[in-house]
Design a protein around this ligand. Sequence first.
Ligand SMILES: [Zn+2]
Ligand SMILES: [Zn+2]
Ligand SMILES: [Zn+2]
Length: 94
Amino acid sequence: MCHNVIDGRFHTQCGHFYGMATQMQDCLRTDCIFSCRHPAECKKTSCTRLMAPPARNPIRLSKTDCAECTQRQRLGLDSFSLSNNMNTNIKQAS
Ligand SMILES: [Zn+2]
Ligand SMILES: [Zn+2]
Ligand SMILES: [Zn+2]
């Protein structure tokens, strides 16, 4: 059964994984419709039509929080100045 392999960065601090590139891992079976060995004209219903769950391939490990978590923490600690900034932006837009 074919599956996608997602290359990406894994943040060990918060446990989030961010994919950067996806590539398909071909199982090379003739009875799997995703395989390059599967004949295009094949009409058999017994062939595999589902891909296995994608596998994560952390090509980079980061010992820090991801950008999203870092931002969330910053906003949580500093929400007052954020709302001030938003008000300023609205005034500028109008
Ligand atoms: Zn396959
Ligand atoms: Zn087939
Ligand atoms: Zn995170």
